[in-house]
Design a protein around this ligand. Structure first.
Ligand code: PGA
Length: 251
């Protein structure tokens, strides 16, 4: 199973900045990315084409959208379909990032529709899950993981390839705060995720990747990816700079 080192650029970078960062990153990792590593960059829609051009021809480097809408086409002003994303070179999309859940108001059910629709239309999906600090303090970590995985994976097609469904566990309180989750917290949460995947997909759960996200930096990445059931990382702030993300990708 290849470790997946994923960048999430959120709503940062115009086309020129995105192109420059992607090219800088590629220059730094070209020829050095181990066979068992994969790099994914999730970029804003307007930057997908230029980032895709920078990644083209690079082994084990893929382009991702940060979101999608679960319909083929139609009167959905402001939305974007999997076919449009594939047309611009995406092979992955994120679904259910906590910022979309909390700011845009996406429900777990809607996130599940996106995951299923993206998969049925040929994209690999990175389903983001994770508890808020209030939920953690109330002892609800496992309950939140259960609920978000249950709803998020409810209509996954039976024949999916295990590497095409990725879970990103991102405790909301660790995102963009500099406060990375403790090793015990990561091991425990990833253990819950693996157990839940085993219940839902008894034949594939062990080949599905579980990423950690939340204040991953060059200085903490190697320790995090060495933990049990951590199959990569999803990185926001520290992925915006080519040098910093290259250190993470090669950690
Ligand atoms: P962060 O963001 O690395 O800046 O904490 C992670 C994410 O939102 O995916």
């Amino acid at each position: 199973m290849k470790k997946l080192m994923a960048a999430n650029w959120k709503m940062y970078k115009n086309r020129a900045e995105a192109k420059a960062t992607a090219e800088d990153l590629i220059n730094r990792i070209a020829g050095k990315l181990p066979e068992d590593r994969e790099v994914v960059i999730a970029a804003p829609y307007t930057a997908l084409e230029s980032v895709g051009a920078a990644l083209a021809g690079q082994a084990r480097c893929s382009l991702s959208a940060e979101n999608l809408y679960p319909a083929e086409e139609g009167a959905y002003t402001g939305e974007i379909s999997p076919a449009m994303l594939k047309d611009v070179g995406c092979t992955y999309a994120l679904a259910g990032h906590s910022e979309r859940r909390s700011i845009i108001g996406e429900t777990s059910e809607f996130v599940g529709e996106k995951v299923a629709f993206g998969l049925k239309n040929g994209l690999a999906m990175i389903l983001c899950i994770g508890e808020t600090i209030e939920q953690r303090k109330a002892g609800e970590v496992q309950k939140v993981i259960d609920e978000q995985l249950e709803a998020g994976l409810k209509d996954v097609p039976a024949d999916f390839a295990p590497e095409s469904v990725v879970i990103a566990y991102e405790p909301v309180w660790a995102i963009g705060t500099g406060e990375v989750a403790g090793e015990d917290e990561i091991i425990e949460a990833h253990g819950f995720v693996r157990k839940k995947l085993k219940n839902i997909f008894p034949e594939k759960f062990n080949e599905m990747r579980i990423l950690y996200g939340g204040s991953v930096k060059p200085g903490n990445c190697a320790q995090i990816i060495a933990l049990d059931n951590v199959d990569g990382v999803l990185v926001g702030g520290a992925s915006l700079d080519g040098e910093s993300f290259s250190q993470i990708a090669l950690a």
